[in-house]
Design a protein. Structure first.
Length: 340
């Protein structure tokens, strides 16, 4: 072996050693950063345990507190959600909702390339059935009876604010086993005129108590619309413009929604409103921050919604009358479901 060859081999070995040291340093630094994040003070206390979708008087949600239970479905008492230690189950979700002992969990499905699935959960949070979904989870709802499940994913884009996105919304009937893979299969009518456009996007399903009617957002032609759906007829009817992420009240007479308001920043354009379905009157709510969430009715007079927080998101509550002030209900929590 010549001196030149030995020098080249030594240089290659030295370069490889430096590269290995660099990789180890990066990994260790990432681990230390993650450890520091998980140890940040102020995070809510959480403990693993049994969580039931049937237990009355509970608030269920996706836990965002740092620790082993992050992203898990969690439960706290409705009466004192912030004071009680949260119980986390071994079911991780990116979006979650539940009603009448049935849950839907949108989660990662593994793989080098990100993949996601919608999972039907029983009352003990055991998976019953799963469906692959074609994009990033963004909305999930269960009908009051627990029979119907709806979910929305971003097929492209990752924000409702910019307008350059594509969504896919599905509805699953747990009783019949029928799956509507996309609401784009339904006929859409505005008055007596059928709308036919390639740019139809739907999101934010909310179900009525009859397990047939539902409401959702339709985006087309640069605007958003509230649509009322009929599952059996496979039809959608346009009701109103400038309505996004509808949420039907427990008595079925009002819809909470987010509305784009002129003059607000393009990245934060929304305010919360409540629409009376009988009179058509809108009530602007007292939250002055932009809410990019599908609000949930806590009861007949109060909404829950998520806003950005220290650990990803916090849950806030607000009166639907237009008065009062927003109240921080639960830190490090999103995707709520109420079991009265």
């Amino acid at each position: 072996m010549t001196r030149t060859v030995r020098k080249v081999l030594l240089l290659v070995l030295f370069s490889a050693l430096l590269a290995a040291v660099g990789v180890v340093s990066v990994v260790r630094a990432a681990d230390r950063a993650d450890d520091r994040a998980r140890a940040r003070p102020g995070g809510p206390a959480a403990r693993s345990g049994a969580v039931s979708l049937d237990q009355p008087g509970r608030l269920l949600f996706r836990n965002l507190a740092w620790g082993p239970g992050r992203d898990m479905v969690a439960s706290v008492p409705l009466g004192a959600p912030e004071e009680a230690a949260r119980t986390t189950a071994g079911q991780d979700c990116l979006r979650f909702h539940a009603a009448a002992g049935t849950g839907v969990c949108l989660r990662r499905a593994g793989g080098v390339v990100p993949q996601y699935e919608a999972v039907v959960l029983d009352s003990a949070l055991r998976p019953v059935r799963s469906f692959p979904v074609p994009g990033t989870p963004t909305r999930a709802r269960v009908s009051p009876s627990g029979r119907l499940l709806g979910w929305t994913v971003f097929v492209s884009g990752d924000s409702y604010a910019g307008g350059a996105f594509s969504t896919r919304t599905a509805v699953y009937d747990t009783r019949s086993g029928a799956l509507v893979e996309s609401l784009e299969e339904f006929a859409v009518f505005d008055g007596g005129r059928r709308l036919r456009a390639a740019d139809h996007n739907f999101w934010g399903v909310t179900f009525a108590a009859d397990d047939n009617r539902f409401y959702a957002t339709l985006a087309t032609g640069g605007g958003t619309h509230l649509v009322e759906g009929d599952l059996r007829a496979r039809e959608l009817r346009v009701l109103r413009t400038n309505v996004e992420c509808p949420s039907l009240s427990p008595d079925g007479t009002r819809i909470a929604f987010k509305k784009r308001v002129d003059g607000l920043p393009a990245e934060a354009p929304w305010r919360l409103y409540v629409l009376d379905l009988r009179s058509g009157a809108e009530t602007e709510l007292a939250e002055r921050r932009s809410v990019d969430d599908q609000a949930l009715w806590y009861d007949d007079t109060t909404l829950l919604y998520a806003l950005p927080g220290d650990f990803g998101g916090d849950l806030w509550s607000l009166s639907v009358t237009g008065g009062g002030t927003p109240r921080l209900l639960l830190k490090s929590a999103v995707s709520p479901a109420v079991r009265p």
